[in-house]
Design a protein around this ligand. Structure first.
Ligand code: UT7
Length: 337
């Protein structure tokens, strides 16, 4: 039998950052054979943000992390650990988290990247919660930062319409045992490895010089397969995490799913019998920002007043790997001193 928790990991502050440049569906109509009506009806996306020449996962992550710290009242030198969920690191190694550590001046923090694609934030929340609950660490910055527009084949209409760039950050710290992260459920299915992947740029298929057209350096995706997987796993993972927290979908105040496609979000919400006003959606503005999508959505939910003390939030993500993850969180009832 598991021991009762002495403390839990609560959210102390959130932040986000997106590049300035907006890429609209009309802009994409000029690049590939597509149109606004198709993109909106099949995905719910109207526009997405795209990196300029000086934007990277590290720069967006630094800006988001600074905002999360500011909103939490915790200083950078109090942070014990930075986990950066990214599939688009600035360099193969060392980690983007180390660049963020330096960029924000978190002089006492350890730092590592976590690679679980669009599920990365939910994985990172589970790791942070474990470390805080066990008392190993006090303040952990969880960042989701991705710049997938840098890795898109702009001639592939099946993928180029979907992705956008951004970063979201959440500062976790210790709180009362019945608040914060109540449960997590994580999973993977490597059999679906090739359903969404980048086939070069690692050590099996290095890329030297400009990527040649016949080398799969870009995102390749079997859209319909990933769609079917997502529709099944999103609801299932969320319900499993709720069950672990001894709750049901009826207890959910706000569902904050990975913002991949409005049809996938609606299918998951339907599976959980959640009304529209309990589902947070911002996919129309940012598209699929991979590991950044849930923390960006959380930040927008918080600043728009959609999250109040005691609310039960459910995060759920799915993505390449294949991977999936869900977290159940009770929003803190007291402001942190
Ligand atoms: O974080 C995880 C990341 N991945 C995902 O979330 C992807 C999950 N999959 C999806 O969201 C959907 O499968 C897509 C949005 C990618 C595609 O939607 P769909 O309803 O599954 O369309 P489809 O692939 O079955 O294609 C239907 C038709 C095809 O034409 P034909 O063969 O019926 O003539 C496509 O060629 O739509 C065509 N099509 C497009 N038409 C206009 C595909 N992409 C486009 C496009 N514009 N951008």
């Amino acid at each position: 039998m598991s021991q009762p928790k002495l403390q839990s990991a609560i959210v102390l502050g959130t932040g986000m950052s997106v590049p300035e440049r907006i890429l609209s569906n009309a802009d994409l109509e000029k690049l590939v054979d597509t149109n606004d009506e198709w993109i909106v009806s099949r995905t719910g996306i109207s526009e997405r943000r795209m990196c300029g020449p000086d934007d990277y996962s590290s720069t967006l992550g630094i800006a988001a992390a600074k905002q999360a710290l500011e909103n939490s009242g915790i200083t950078a030198d109090q942070v014990d650990l930075i986990i950066c969920s990214t599939t688009t690191p600035d360099y193969p190694w060392p980690s983007t988290a180390c660049q963020i550590q330096h960029g924000i001046g978190a002089t006492h923090a350890a730092a590592f990247d976590l690679s679980a694609a669009c599920s990365g934030y939910t994985y990172s929340v589970a790791v942070a919660a474990g470390l805080i609950e066990g008392g190993a660490m006090k303040y952990i910055l969880v960042i989701g930062a991705d710049t997938l527009t840098k890795q898109i084949n702009w001639e592939d209409r099946g993928t180029c319409i979907l992705f956008g760039d951004g970063a979201g950050a959440t500062l976790f710290g210790p709180g009362k045992p019945d608040e914060g992260v109540l449960s997590s459920h994580l999973g993977s299915e490597g059999a679906g490895f090739y359903q969404i992947w980048v086939g070069a740029g690692g050590l099996r298929e290095p890329v030297v010089g400009p990527p040649p057209k016949d080398r799969p350096w870009y995102i390749q995706m079997a859209g319909a397969e990933v769609y079917k997987f997502a529709v099944k796993i999103m609801g299932e993972a969320a319900l499993t995490a709720l069950e672990k927290a001894e709750m049901s979908a009826a207890d959910v105040s706000l569902f904050i799913p990975h913002q991949a496609n409005i049809r996938i979000i609606n299918a998951a919400a339907e599976r959980m019998h959640l009304p529209d006003d309990k589902v947070f959606v911002n996919v129309q503005k940012y598209g699929n920002t991979s590991g950044a999508s849930i923390p960006m959505a959380l930040h927008e939910a918080v600043i728009s007043g959609r999250v109040i003390a005691g609310d039960v939030l459910v995060f759920v993500g799915f993505g390449a790997g294949l991977t999936w993850g869900a977290n159940v969180i009770r929003w803190r009832t007291e402001s942190h001193a």
